[in-house]
Structure formats: structure tokens, C-alpha cells
Design a protein around this ligand. Structure first.
Ligand code: PGA
Length: 251
């Protein structure tokens, strides 16, 4: 009942012409597959990519947003600006934003609020660091991030969100992806937590993506895990020869 959702997070990569060209290819492949597909270009390429995706079923994601609608916030981008460019989804609380840019559960919460208010589907990223895992704190961290990020919202709102479980230790070049067992264990915990905090019904509806070195070699195995409902793909989403096989993992 949960449609798999595979999204590419292009991070701070690709100029607008490069991004639009890759989006053209993704659009073609996405039309042939049963999974939902999305891409998150950098802000500077959103307009060009929106042009490439016009009339397609590919979701356009922003990588972040500011919680205010407008105002004196130099360098920031609001939800209404993202809507204006055709974004349907927004990634919130990515671990790189938490690690390098001071994102906290409180700011994540305000950003979710802005996304909901403007009809953007949030993709809430959560995940523990290696140190936290080693200290046996994985569940605690995930619970804190979900409770903090989702505080104050009606369940009816939250059931539309997507959660991306991205263990920090598995993200980026040279890191090892989580094993299917590690990923499933975390996804089961997250779903049980949602059931506990809200309802079984909500927990059954929220899609939980896995992120952290998803590649053409492991996507099938990961997607076969019952509680993994999709993937948030970084490095491997930047090139057609790695991203396209990921989108087509069912073929
Ligand atoms: P990666 O990044 O696939 O390059 O590990 C995933 C992410 O940060 O979303």
C-alpha cells in the first residue's frame, strides 16, 4: 500500500544546464517504472530542472527551506518561493545541515511547519552518528529527532510526510551502507515509534526511505526489506549510469 519513492539528492553539484540534461533522462526512465521518482537539484538549478520535468510525474524536491514566508533573511529561500518554482517536496534536516549548518530539531520543526503550510511534502531526515550507534543510543537519537521535528502537528498532516532514515556513518564517499538488517531494524523501530506516538494507521501510511550509499548493487536488496519504502540517493544519483539502474531496480 505504500508506493516506493526513490529520490536523488544532488547536494551542491551540477550547474543548471547539467542538471536539466540529467533531469531529461530521469524523466524518460521515470515514465516507465512503477515507483515514484524525485530529484533534488541545488536551488540554482530548480528553475531549469522544473522546465525539464514539466508535464512529467517526477517530483521536484528542494534540499532545504527557511521557515519564514519572506523578510530580511539574506541567503535564505522560503516555501512559497519553492512552490513558485514548481517544487512539490522539500528535504528537511539532512544530516549535512545538522552537522555543518547548525540545524536543530527545533529548526527542523519550524521548517516542517512552513512546508505543511505551503503544501510542500516534507522529507524529514533522521539518523544517528557512528558515536551514537557505538554508545547504543541509536533509538534514543531517532526518537528525539522524530519527537522534536514533529512536535505539535496533527496526525492528519504528518501522515503525508516522508521520513528518510539516513545513518550518518553510512553517508558519502568511502562509507559503507547499512546492511539490510541494520536498516530494517531502524525502520521497524521508527514505524513502531510512529504507531506509539500517533496511531497504527499513520505508521502504516508514512513512507520511510533509506539513505546512505544506495547504489545499483544494493538497491534491490534494500528495497526488498518490508519496512523500506524507498531510497534517498546522494552520490549515485549524479550520474545516469548509476541513478537509472537504481530507479529501474524492479526491471
Ligand atoms: P550518499 O548520500 O548516497 O552519497 O551516501 C545520501 C544522502 O546524503 O542523502
Amino acid at each position: 500500500m505504500r508506493k516506493p519513492f526513490i529520490a536523488g539528492n544532488w547536494k551542491m553539484n551540477l550547474l543548471s544546464t547539467e542538471a536539466a540534461a540529467l533531469a531529461d533522462l530521469v524523466r524518460e526512465v521515470a515514465a516507465e517504472v512503477k515507483v515514484e521518482v524525485g530529484i533534488a537539484p541545488p536551488f540554482t538549478a530548480l528553475a531549469a530542472v522544473a522546465g525539464s520535468l514539466e508535464g512529467s510525474n517526477v517530483r521536484l524536491l528542494a534540499q532545504d527551506l527557511h521557515w519564514e514566508d519572506s523578510g530580511a533573511f539574506t541567503g535564505e529561500v522560503s516555501a512559497s518561493m519553492l512552490r513558485d518554482l514548481g517544487c512539490t517536496h522539500v528535504i528537511i534536516g539532512h544530516s549535512e545541515r545538522r552537522q555543518y549548518f547548525g540545524e536543530t530539531d527545533a529548526s527542523v520543526n519550524k521548517k516542517l511547519q512552513a512546508a505543511f503550510k505551503h503544501g510542500l511534502t516534507p522529507i524529514l531526515c533522521i539518523g544517528e552518528t557512528q558515536e551514537e550507534r557505538d554508545a547504543g543510543q541509536t533509538h534514543q537519537v531517532l526518537e528525539r529527532q522524530i519527537r522534536g521535528g514533529c512536535a505539535g502537528f496533527e496526525p492528519a498532516r504528518l501522515e503525508t510526510m516522508v521520513i528518510a532514515y539516513e545513518p550518518v556513518w553510512a553517508i558519502g564517499k568511502g562509507k559503507k551502507p547499512a546492511t539490510t538488517e541494520q536498516a530494517q531494524e531502524a525502520h521497524v523501530f521508527i514505524r513502531a515509534l510512529l504507531a506509539n506516538l500517533y496511531s497504527q494507521d499513520l505508521a502504516a501510511k508514512v513512507r520511510i526511505q533509506y539513505g546512505g550509499n544506495v547504489n545499483p548493487g544494493n538497491v534491490k536488496q534494500l528495497m526488498a526489506v518490508p519496512d523500506i519504502d524507498g531510497a534517498l540517493v546522494g552520490g549515485a544519483s549524479l550520474k545516469p549510469d548509476t541513478f537509472i539502474p537504481i530507479i529501474k531496480y524492479q526491471a
